[in-house]
Design a protein around this ligand. Structure first.
Ligand code: SF4
Length: 182
């Protein structure tokens, strides 16, 4: 029996159930099961700095309800989070704080850059002395979300994309605060 018929197409369970008298046996690789469990229990650290944060809050609210996808416990401390959602403009003064929060998060950890400001500096790309032109100048980013601001559906799509990336064992390059890649 294929257990995936009970789990839906989007999020297949990594294994097979073999029926035996009185029950069933699940077989699968522990690596696949760990990745599946990890992708479905992400704890977001919210880093809302400006207008995109309102859309992020809406995504967590009752109408869009990101808890349905496994992002249940939004935290205000990096020690209890493994995915940071950067929602808003990052200024130069804030960049070291963002880096410190990222360093304090539990491993393995992930990053979503939400909106034009977090991905590229957005409307402040030109003619500003204070805005960081994208979060990936400070920390590595896993998923970028376009828009100014992105709608909640776009953030949900980014979260689901991150889940797929985790299940697929997606690899990332590490970017140091001075911009060098490792
Ligand atoms: S991308 Fe647009 S909506 Fe989001 S923080 Fe920047 S200016 Fe505000």
């Amino acid at each position: 029996m294929d257990v995936n018929q009970y789990s839906g197409q989007r999020d297949p369970f990594p294994g097979q159930v073999h029926q035996t008298p009185g029950g069933g046996i699940l077989t699968g690789t522990i690596d696949e099961v760990i990745k599946w469990a990890r992708s479905n229990s992400l704890w977001p650290l919210v880093f809302g700095t400006s207008c995109c944060a309102i859309e992020m809050m809406s995504t967590a609210g009752a109408k869009y309800d990101w808890s349905r996808f496994g992002f249940e416990v939004a935290r205000a401390t990096p020690r209890q989070a493994d995915v940071i959602i950067i929602a808003g403009t990052i200024v130069n003064k804030m960049a070291p704080v963002l880096r410190r929060l990222y360093d304090q998060m539990a491993d393995p950890k992930y990053v979503i850059a939400m909106g034009a400001c977090a991905t590229s500096g957005g409307p402040f790309f030109y003619n500003t002395y204070s805005v960081v032109k994208g979060a990936d100048h400070v920390i590595p980013v896993d998923v970028y979300v376009a828009g100014c601001p992105p709608r909640p559906e776009a953030l949900l799509h980014a979260l689901i994309t991150l889940q797929e990336k985790i299940r697929n064992g997606g690899k990332r390059e590490r970017i140091e605060i001075d911009g060098t890649k490792k």
